[in-house]
Design a protein around this ligand. Structure first.
Ligand SMILES: NC(=O)c1ccc[n+]([C@@H]2O[C@H](COP(=O)([O-])OP(=O)(O)OC[C@H]3O[C@@H](n4cnc5c(N)ncnc54)[C@H](O)[C@@H]3O)[C@@H](O)[C@H]2O)c1
Length: 302
């Protein structure tokens, strides 16, 4: 097995100072990649701190003999996202892989959810994915137009909260569902430049989940620690390698030793009246549609 499947590849991982992003950065470096470790160092709710987790991860990579550089920009800031992409190009000479992972949560029932809590969470996840992708895509389009080969990857981070829904996470779930949709459009648009775009819905024990899932996620005293964030990274490293060419527009579920392909929204079989429906006719039609369709997945926490 070739463990250096990303040898020489230039990789940005956002929110890579902690948790799952940190595991991705270390795993890419171990697979031979040169890594831009981005993290603005927020608290779990997005509040500013004086912490510099990106620098610590860079130090770990360098100590292990790898190559990495820190970037402290806010991914959802337009100029910050541009600087992040420039950091890869200016430091290592290009960009092959963008892993969008940064974000935070402000959980609350919708009935109590404040405008600022909505805006901050949708901004960091959804705009934080778009802004980095937009600047990276502009670079890749330029390379492609100049006749230089592009074999690039975007790996986005969604969540079961977006794919199935999650009680108390309306803001976060909406942003994560948005990321699933954005991934489909980006995959369709960027293919012409030599760029694939996929997403993951991970589950792991980090500060984001340790209070909610403390018991189910606790590390065992011995044996395989299925909830370790490091378990999410091997698939992301593979997706970042040139081996994953041709895989695009997909949503992978990753947890412990499990990888799966999520089945997204699909067109349903229509009942076609051939003319406009009268609202009073639709009761039995909807009942029949529901009877013939699979039941929706349960919403987390419902
Ligand atoms: N842990 C899970 O089980 C789980 C499940 C589904 C999805 N996710 C997603 O995985 C990703 C990583 O989450 P985690 O559990 O490792 O959380 P985490 O809090 O441990 O790590 C997130 C990192 O992002 C950084 N960050 C926050 N805002 C930023 C910004 N604007 N710019 C740059 N960096 C910023 C934080 O400082 C933090 O270090 C998130 O997108 C999260 O929504 C996690």
């Amino acid at each position: 097995m070739d463990n250096q499947i990303c040898a020489g590849r230039i990789v940005i991982v956002t929110g890579a100072g902690r948790g799952i992003g940190r595991a991705h950065a270390l795993a890419f470096a171990a697979a031979g990649a040169r890594v831009v470790v981005n993290d603005v160092g927020t608290a779990l709710d997005g509040a500013a701190t004086t912490e510099t987790p990106a620098q610590q991860v860079v130090a770990e990579i360098v100590a292990a003999g790898g190559e990495a550089v820190a970037n402290g920009d806010d991914v959802a800031d337009w100029e910050g996202a541009r600087r992040l992409v420039r950091t890869a190009i200016d430091t290592f000479g290009g960009l092959d892989v963008l892993v969008n992972n940064a974000g935070f949560v402000r959980d609350r029932m919708l009935v109590n959810l404040g405008e600022d809590e909505w805006d901050a969470v949708v901004r960091v996840h959804l705009k934080g994915h778009f802004a980095t992708m937009r600047h990276a895509a502009e670079y890749w389009r330029g390379e492609s137009k100049a006749g230089r080969p592009v074999d690039a990857r975007v790996i986005n981070t969604s969540s079961g909260a977006g794919l199935q829904g999650s009680v108390g996470q309306g803001n976060y779930g909406a942003a994560k569902a948005g990321i699933a949709g954005l991934t489909l459009t980006a995959a369709a648009e960027f293919g012409r430049y030599g760029v694939t775009v996929n997403a993951i819905a991970p589950a792991a024990r980090t500060r984001m989940t340790e209070t909610v899932f403390a018991e189910t996620m606790a590390a065992p005293e011995d044996g395989f620690d299925a909830m370790a964030p490091e378990n999410v990274s091997p698939l992301v490293v593979w997706l970042g390698s040139t081996e994953s060419a041709g895989v695009t527009g997909r949503m992978f579920e990753v947890e412990g030793g499990k990888v799966a392909l999520a089945q997204g929204w699909r067109h349903g079989v229509p009942v076609d009246r051939g003319a406009r429906w009268n609202p009073a006719e639709l009761g039995p039609v909807v009942a029949e549609l529901i009877e013939k369709s699979p039941a929706p997945e349960p919403v987390y926490g419902a």
